[in-house]
Design a protein around this ligand. Sequence first.
Ligand code: SF4
Ligand code: SF4
Length: 201
Amino acid sequence: MYGKGLIKGLFVTLKNLVRPPFTVQYPEERLKQHPRFRGEEFVWYEERCTGCASCAKYCPLGIIRIVTEPSGTSIAQGGKYNIETFDIDIGRCMFCGLCVEACPYDALFMGSGFERGKYRRKDLLITVDELRTAAKKPSTWFRPQLERIGYDPHAGVPISWKDVGREKWEWTKKDKAGSRFYEADPGQQNKAVKNSGEELL
Ligand code: SF4
Ligand code: SF4
């Protein structure tokens, strides 16, 4: 009946009139983000990065560009490639996270930020300089080791490159991720640690 429908509609209006709001007054108020939130502003740890470019190869959109050059130090001495370029065209990124999954050294993480409003598309390019200087507050997405230690990127505390990996490595004095050497035992100094299952967390 026409009159009954009208009353029903008014009842819905009344119900919503007294319901507390779902929305918040952004940016003064903010909803709490989940630690696994896949934000932009990728977090990259240069100390852990070997320049292997696996992340670039796995990106389905081909928006990661990496240019490296040999460091001049042998791998046995802890040398790795120097990173000249590491650009991510965030304007085309679909936040699938495949680049993060592909990184064998836990050097690349999804970011936790989401405020990158720009007027020009070219300003959406994240450069290596920006990656180097950005706050290290990685999302815990695809990084169970961060969840195990209870890390929350939204708590405002950055996390060091030494604490973000899946493996327990003994680090060299040069602090290079690509070189897995025992520091304590000089006899083992130049011997790569076998990546056995016991060393995995
Ligand atoms: S999140 Fe996906 S689309 Fe974005 S850079 Fe990584 S692999 Fe490419
Ligand atoms: S971020 Fe990871 S996958 Fe990408 S080049 Fe560095 S080590 Fe390789």
